[in-house]
Design a protein around this ligand. Structure first.
Ligand code: 5AD
Ligand code: SF4
Ligand code: FES
Length: 362
């Protein structure tokens, strides 16, 4: 039996095993993908949950070196959706049976922002009779804020660790306003508050090794995450990290590495929700379908009003900026059918892992 067959036989991997798996090519890589596809089918089925994504504000106080909407990028037109625009988008998701929405923004920690999010959560719950699951993705906040938002009806929270290696994290997030320890503490606070917690990393960052990526997957397993969003790092010309563009892996390699990360995580954590991220599609036209085939089971159709989409460019060539909510729905229906999966319309799609975690099974 080959070394790879020996690793794939196990259902938990060492750091060295993961580094070997991340390096696979050719038929060995195909064997990894076949295994993760089988585990997906057995544990979460060939069904994909929709989360309508509302990018409700691009105002951000942070300065992550990779991000196109970082505070110091003056070329960005800053916006805040009106309450009505947010409710209209939420209503679209509800009427189209999406089951869930994600409210995402840049990071702001003011009292007025906290209150606004609270009001929006209550408003969305009112107009949908509490029938939409709401995920927040609004960055680092005090635990008391997380509690208020949870009390106002948000049940899931996404906060990517970006990199679980504190050294790499600090290199990409320099200065006193960023702090690896605080980010970690926020993830723990979210878990303690009772949220379904999602995290994630970027793949193919400058200065990042396969060993770092193996550490990221072990971090997710050890932290007991419920959901994940991982995507390839993509350059943005108006960011400091653009200076290192010549040191990057070719885009196709970053793409393949992301698929391998998804496949390995599906084997390590069989019942979590894994998103097929939009960034995959910025590299490969069939990127999200490929991720679904080998392990992902969540897609986030963009339902932000079309006129704002050009102002939420975390990276260049972001897909769906010329489309509206209906276009993305039609497009994704075709794509998911192509991947031989079906859309689980009308379902919340809570992570099976979360259910077991809160009842003490995991
Ligand atoms: N390339 C890929 N992903 C990015 N993000 C931010 N900037 C980039 C980029 N240049 C991701 C981060 C963040 C999420 C909202 O978008 O991981 O958490
Ligand atoms: Fe702000 Fe998030 Fe971009 Fe960092 S990645 S600059 S926190 S929007
Ligand atoms: Fe938005 Fe295809 S998902 S256009």
């Amino acid at each position: 039996m080959s070394k790879i067959d020996n690793i794939l036989k196990k259902d938990t991997f060492s750091r060295e095993d993961i580094v070997s798996l991340l390096g696979l090519q050719g038929p060995d890589k195909t064997a990894l993908f076949a295994q993760s596809a089988r585990i997906k089918e057995e544990n979460v089925g060939n069904r994909v949950f929709f989360r309508g994504l509302i990018e409700f504000s691009n105002i951000c106080v942070k300065n992550c070196l990779y991000c196109g909407i970082r505070h110091d990028n003056d070329a960005v037109n800053r916006y805040n959706l009106s309450d009505k625009e947010i409710y209209d988008a939420a209503r679209f998701a509800f009427q189209n049976n999406y089951g869930s929405i994600v409210l995402q923004s840049g990071e702001v920690e003011t009292d007025s922002f906290v209150k606004r999010v609270e009001k929006i959560l209550q408003g969305v719950n009112r107009i949908t009779n509490g029938k939409l699951r709401i995920t927040l993705s609004c960055g680092e906040q005090e635990k008391s804020v997380y509690r208020r938002w949870h009390d106002s009806g948000a049940h899931r929270y996404l906060l990517r660790i970006e990199s679980s290696n504190p050294g790499l994290y600090t290199r990409l997030h320099p200065g006193a306003m960023h702090d690896f320890r605080r980010r970690l503490d926020c993830l723990y606070s979210l878990q303690e508050t009772g949220f379904q917690v999602g995290t994630g990393v970027m793949i193919g960052l400058p200065f990042q090794s396969l060993d770092d990526l193996a550490g990221d997957l072990l971090f997710m397993k050890q932290f007991n995450i419920d959901m994940v969003g991982m995507g390839p790092y993509l350059e943005h010309v108006d960011t400091p990290l653009y200076a290192f563009r010549d040191e990057l892996l070719p885009r196709e390699e970053r793409f393949q590495l992301t698929l391998k990360m998804i496949a390995i995580l599906r084997i390590l954590m069989k019942d979590i929700n894994i998103a097929a991220t939009t960034a995959l599609q910025a590299i490969d036209k069939l990127g999200r379908e490929k991720a679904i085939k080998i392990g992902a089971n969540v897609i986030m159709p963009n339902i932000t009003p079309g006129k704002y989409r050009d102002d939420y460019l975390l990276y260049q060539n972001k897909p769906c900026t010329d489309e509206n909510a209906d276009d993305c729905k039609t497009c994704l229906e075709a794509r998911i059918a192509l991947a031989d999966n079906e859309i689980a319309y009308g379902e919340w799609g809570d992570s099976g892992h979360f259910k077991k975690r809160v009842t003490g099974d995991k």
